[in-house]
Write a protein that binds this ligand. Sequence first.
Ligand SMILES: *Cc1c(COP(=O)(O)O)cnc(C)c1O
Length: 424
Amino acid sequence: MTSPTTIFDTVESESRSYCRSFPTVFTAARNATLIAEDGTEYTDFLAGCSSLNYGHNDPDMKQALIDYLSADGVAHGLDMFTGAKRAFLESFRDIVLKPRGMDYRLQFTGPTGANAVEAAMKLARKVTGRHNVIAFTNGFHGVTNGALAATGNGYHRGGSGMPLSGVTRMPYDGYYGPDIDTAAMIAKQLDDPSSGIDAPAAFIVETVQGEGGLNAASPEWLRAIAALAKKHGALLIVDDIQAGCGRTGTFFSFETMGIEPDIVTLAKSLSGMGLPFALVMMKPEYDIWGPAEHNGTFRGNNHAFVTAREALEKFWATSAFMGEVQDKGDLLHNRLSAIADRYGFSLRGRGMFRGINTGDGDLAAAICKSCFEQGLIIETSGPEDEIVKVLAPLTIPRDQFERGLDILEEAFDRVLTKQTAKAA
Ligand SMILES: *Cc1c(COP(=O)(O)O)cnc(C)c1O
């Protein structure tokens, strides 16, 4: 007997993962709605792990891409000049960089986030002539070997089969609880010539740790880390692959933190439409690569240039969208607070990048499973997968957002009431 998913079970590698939580075949998607082949509609609170901040198949991005395809626009051009790349660079300069007073050079790496992180870490090592990169507990930076060395998660690290070297792990903000200033701990270690910490080439940090459990660093802590980097001659790399492109309420997640990274990585929602596309931004003085020294066949995806430009023009040319995201972030905070308060759980994250720490991976999984049965796609994160993480598209209509949050709330009630009943 074959089922609609037999082909996946018999032919696709066991490495497949999200499909295990959502074992249905999806065939269409619009904004915050995913549609299965049997016609069932699901609200998407996963949004491609924040690769779909503007929802599925935004009509304007889709039309821009259709027009480009119809006109036989260049699909692949290595890293040659194309009209699509020029238009993207102009929009990025005028809409993102200039209004923020930012001066960066843009390097298009291979199309995944890990590709951008690899390039960023290599560049920092090349600039400083040092090998040691400081990364943080619960950091996630991708799973290619160089990036994986900076990733904390033991399950992912265990997949390498190689020593993951060149990185020193330091405690993230709040790692030892609210009373311990981990930036001061790190400062002491770096100041001590006998601490055994090699002089760092870079610090690589997420302002909110997406995969690591939605830990949000305070502006003070980030400023302290930025000052430490400067003092010790290291570059500050902000990995904004998941927290960037509006997820926290501003285009970059660090915009309101009072820091000026030397290098920034972007990927996930950068293309706007879920197309693979990644970017390394570096301060001009660190743009010291030789031509093709860090090369790759897919450096800059022309289809993504088209949709990414449309995303910038549509959502970021004025501040209206930013205000809308901040309002939705407040709504999310209020709704999650009500649930967390009822059960004594804590909240994590900021902006539209928030979740509830249930303290228990099995419990969080049961809640997500219950949501799926009621038509809501939502996942967990954190070291024990104990955080229920809401990653709705930023463009989700308010009523659909509220309905999705209703399903989430009911799932908490259903699963926790059942548990209490079992215990009694
Ligand atoms: C997803 C992610 C990456 C890796 O991106 P891939 O496209 O999966 O390689 C790196 N850093 C952060 C912060 C991420 O969330």
